[in-house]
Design a protein around this ligand. Structure first.
Ligand code: TA6
Length: 299
């Protein structure tokens, strides 16, 4: 369906319209009295969330590709049905295929409280079954209000039990990586880098990022807050349905290996991700569903 057909079926006057975005990929533009947001149907990826009168809370790389088969760098990528490299086959796409496929619009709704809701769907096809041999139906629900609420739900529609991992891999826009402090992770154990054991424990109240970090915190359900004094703001990151939080920044060396982030781009974002993986897979019997959500707001 192109953006004209999408508008015929799902546009909401003065609140929601579809346009052809970069790389000819369709995007939904949501504007209401609380905020403005942009959602790419390719990847079901929220690209921008700007509360009224504020800066964007999400970061989108100016060097991002917008190209079928390539992930968009920034916003909230949906990782599914695996998180990170595929365990058995490194040739399969990192973070699964959900961020590399165009999702269908299934519903749009103007809510009484002024919020706008957009629902996107993705179901298994011959293409996905070739990468992951299980039948599923996934939904991404984006609700734009004073807060941004993003929920991924998926159901096992096949006849075999499956184990999936997934993430809402949010990139937050910050004034400078040196300026921010991240709270909400004190006392949690984490895997550092690609270590196999979560032997490290954070003793500090806040995390300052001064080098490459890829911390995968386990048994973490609390809110995180990114304090950014230079921009006079703090971003609260809440989540549900997840016991793993990943904090990632490639920093100045690894960023040089990434074609879609500039050499200094690592300064402009931090990822705080709601994850199901490692100690927290979703094991679903036929007919069962799992949901994970993240809620993002200014404190
Ligand atoms: O969540 C952290 C992470 O898995 C890192 O290891 C890093 O590779 C990042 O995600 C980005 O992955 P991507 O495939 O989008 O380049």
């Amino acid at each position: 369906m192109d953006h004209n057909e999408l508008n015929t079926r799902f546009a909401i006057p003065d609140q929601l319209e579809f346009i052809e975005g970069k790389g000819h990929l369709p995007v939904a533009i949501i504007t209401n009295r609380h905020a403005k947001a942009i959602v790419s149907l390719y990847g079901a990826q929220v690209l921008s969330f700007v509360p009224d009168g504020q800066r964007d809370l999400l970061w989108l790389s100016p060097q991002s590709l917008f190209e079928s088969g390539k992930a968009i760098r920034g916003g909230i990528p949906v990782c599914f049905p695996w998180f990170g490299p595929h365990a058995g086959d490194p040739k399969k796409p990192v973070h699964g295929f959900a961020r590399l496929l165009t999702w269908k619009v299934t519903e749009s709704l103007a809510l009484k409280n002024g919020n706008t809701r957009l629902m996107l769907g993705l179901a298994s096809t011959a293409e996905t079954l070739a990468l992951w041999p299980f039948a599923f139906a996934a939904t991404l629900i984006v609700e734009v209000g004073e807060k941004l609420d993003v929920t991924l739900c998926y159901t096992n529609t096949g006849s075999e039990t499956f184990m999936a991992s997934n993430a809402l891999h949010s990139y937050f826009s910050i004034s400078h990586i040196a300026n921010i402090a991240l709270s909400g992770l004190k006392d949690c154990f984490y895997y550092a880098g690609f270590e196999k054991e979560a032997n490290n424990q954070q003793h500090e109240n806040t995390l300052k990022i001064v080098r490459e970090e890829n911390r995968r915190y386990i048994n973490h359900m609390a809110d995180c807050v990114i304090t950014d004094p230079a921009w006079h703001r703090s971003i609260r990151v809440e989540k549900k349905g997840s016991r793993v939080t990943v904090v990632w920044n490639p920093y100045s060396e690894t960023v040089k290996t990434m074609a879609d982030i500039s050499a200094t781009g690592y300064r402009d974002f931090v990822c705080v991700e709601a994850v199901n993986a490692y100690i927290d897979f979703a094991e679903l019997n036929p007919g069962e569903s799992h949901c994970i959500s993240t809620t993002i707001s200014l404190v």
